[in-house]
Ligand binder design. Structure first.
Ligand code: PTJ
Length: 249
């Protein structure tokens, strides 16, 4: 990281790459996490590496949903642990919400590494270490979860998710908030609230919105969530993207 000059026009992006690559070498991130990161990076580049207006509204609505939740859970995978552990911990404290480790490429070794990272950052209780429930209708390892955590959660924040779990959680009647830079992904299409933004920007923004909204009446927050139209917002993202690409061509 020392070799990247601060003056480099892509400094931030290069540092983030180093971060995720280091996390892979340490065993937190699965090697395919690097590919997922590359895809996200490409979409972020096209979006202008900034929080676009439709994402801002989605972040505000996500904050409202988390404030209304009875048992909110933030799901942590390898990439999220590498890029936004501090931000997720801070959000979890503010809500308050539980943190649960849930991996697609599940291994005890990676679970331990991510658990150690979160513990070293001061998290006392981490869910998902010894799963005692399964998400119905899901074949992948993502199905393993904690009864007290994701299984009984009413609102789940699932950054960098896969579409199958998103749909399975929806079938369980949960509000699913996702953060995914690809507005075309199955996850983006299946979630209740899709935030098309980088996890590194989105999580702190949700937290900022929580502080803004926390004095509103519960009924006002519930109304915000009820009024939410995810398809309309995703369309707004696509319109933003196509206008931006047109303006650059
Ligand atoms: O740690 P594990 O084992 O749970 O595995 C995590 C990965 C990310 C490897 C796994 O969930 C996976 O394969 O994910 P996908 O199906 O590649 O989906 C990841 C999505 O996240 C893609 O649509 C990317 O565009 C998007 N993405 C990547 N980086 C970011 C992102 N979205 C927001 N912020 C990012 N930094």
């Amino acid at each position: 990281m020392k070799n990247i000059p601060k003056s480099h026009p892509r400094y931030h992006s290069l540092v983030t790459r180093e971060l995720i690559s280091e996390a892979m070498k340490k065993g937190l991130v699965h090697e395919t996490g690097l590919i997922a990161h590359g895809r996200g990076e490409a979409f972020d580049y096209l979006l202008g590496e900034t929080t676009i207006p439709p994402a801002e509204v989605a972040e505000k609505t996500a904050a409202a949903a988390l404030l209304c939740a009875a048992n909110p859970v933030i799901s942590i995978n390898g990439n999220v642990a590498a890029l936004a552990a501090d931000e997720c911990i801070s959000l979890a404290k503010s809500v308050p919400a539980k943190l649960e480790i849930n991996l697609f490429h599940r291994s005890q070794r990676r679970i331990k590494k991510i658990n150690d990272l979160l513990q070293n950052k001061g998290v006392k209780k981490i869910y998902g270490l010894n799963p005692d429930a399964r998400i119905p209708g899901l074949e992948s390892n993502r199905a393993y979860c904690s009864k007290e955590g994701i299984f009984t959660a009413d609102v789940v924040l699932v950054p960098l998710e896969d579409g199958d779990r998103c749909q399975a959680l929806q079938r369980m009647g949960k509000t699913v908030i996702t953060i995914d830079l690809n507005p075309l992904s199955r996850t983006a299409q299946a979630a209740t609230i899709t935030i098309v933004d980088n996890v590194t920007r989105a999580v702190p923004r949700i937290e900022q919105w929580m502080h803004v909204l926390k004095n509103l009446k519960r009924s006002q927050l519930e109304e915000m969530v009820k009024e939410w139209d995810n398809t309309k917002n995703r369309r707004a993202v696509m319109t933003f993207l196509s206008k931006r690409l047109n303006s650059l061509s």
